[in-house]
Write a protein that binds this ligand. Structure first.
Ligand code: PHE
Length: 354
């Protein structure tokens, strides 16, 4: 009996030692420990022994079984270490390998400038609003006090969306968002509106049929032209440096009264090219000033159309050409570069990703 038990222990131990993976070890366990293994069979045969032999046989078999379990546990522990080491070796990262570089994109300079411009206003507590690019003719023109025969409505300037009887236009400016805001929001309002605008222009170095504007609108108690000037001065200095000066030139817009165009002084020649043919300035075309946008005090007729009491409230508004601003901020000379989507242009003007 005991030689047989010793042989079982030896065989089991050898099988466990020979197992080189957990899987093989589990298989060996089935053969040498499980229900139909030699020790299990021996254990079951105790019942057939004469009563007086059972106790010693039981003890001997029990001892053999614990030897087998110990051998199993030992090999299991060894294999766990081996397998862990193999897994760690497999997952090792060689940090000295060269990285696979992918070309980086860049924000479009117009997008980049929109962020910079709106940041200036958000810092003063203004809100950023947006509106649809396909706009009701009424909001684009009538609500802003354009007469029915105003020249800019005509097909030659405005892109109408078919069919014309729907009176839908591609917005020619961001100003319709003024009216959208006044109709939906409680006063006071302080908003800026970055967005795309459309006009039936030729596509050339100085014109794009799709361009960008930044609109601003403030309506509150007691606002005047002085608040407009102060706001635009602040914006100009934030964009072009603390020395920048602005100038308002009288102009006409149906939705502001009085109206003005705003110029900034040329940050390249600072006016020194004016009347000085030896030192011409390409940026301001030797005029000393650069046209930046339109602005004015909101026409009371616009406020009244939105149901606002013009004895209590007044406001100011402005609209800048953003593509132009990028152009003279960076010295870009051909607007077509803005539309062609060459990432090298974006990278150069907006300094990589944000
Ligand atoms: N919407 C005008 C334009 O496109 C600019 C403007 C905006 C003028 C707001 C006055 C007030 O030319």
């Amino acid at each position: 009996m005991s030689t047989e038990l010793n042989r079982m222990v030896d065989e089991a131990t050898r099988a466990f030692t020979n197992a080189t993976t957990m899987k093989e070890l589990k298989l060996a366990k089935t053969t040498h420990v499980a229900e139909n293994s030699p020790v299990a069979l021996a254990n079951r045969s105790i019942a057939e022994l004469p009563k007086e032999d059972r106790k010693s046989a039981g003890q001997a078999i029990g001892a053999a079984r614990s030897q087998i379990s110990a051998a199993y546990a030992q090999r299991e522990a060894e294999l766990e270490v081996v397998e862990l080491e193999a897994r760690l070796a497999g997952e090792k990262v060689d940090v000295t390998l060269p990285a696979s570089l992918r070309p980086q994109g860049a924000l479009h300079p117009v997008t980049r400038l929109f962020y910079d411009l709106t940041d200036v206003f958000v810092a003063m507590g203004w809100e950023v609003m947006e509106g649809p690019e396909a706009e009701a003719e009424w909001l684009n023109f009538d609500a802003l006090n354009f007469t029915p025969d105003h020249p800019s409505r005509f097909m030659s300037d405005t892109l109408f969306v078919d069919p014309p009887e729907n009176h839908l236009v591609m917005r020619t400016h961001t100003s319709p968002v003024q009216m959208r805001t006044l109709l939906t929001r409680d006063l006071p309002v302080y908003i800026v509106v970055p967005g795309k605008t459309y006009r039936a222009d030729e596509y050339d170095a100085t014109h794009l049929p799709v361009f960008h504007q930044l609109e601003g609108l403030a309506v509150d108690k007691g606002l005047s032209m002085a608040d407009l000037k102060g706001t635009l001065d602040h914006l100009a200095r934030a964009m072009f440096g603390s020395e920048t000066r602005t100038r308002l030139r009288p102009h006409y817009f149906p939705f502001t009264e009085p109206s003005a165009e705003i110029d900034i002084d040329c940050f390249i020649c600072h006016g020194e090219s004016v009347g000085n043919p030896d030192q011409p300035c390409r940026t301001c075309k030797s005029e000393g000033w650069i046209e930046w946008g339109g602005c004015g005090v909101v026409n009371p007729r616009v406020l009244a159309a939105a149901g606002i009491d013009t004895n209590v409230y007044s406001g100011f508004a402005f609209g800048m050409g953003v593509d132009r601003t990028v152009m003279f901020r960076h010295g870009a000379s051909d607007l077509r570069d803005f539309a062609e989507g060459d990432v090298r242009f974006s990278r150069q003007l907006s300094g990589g990703s944000r």
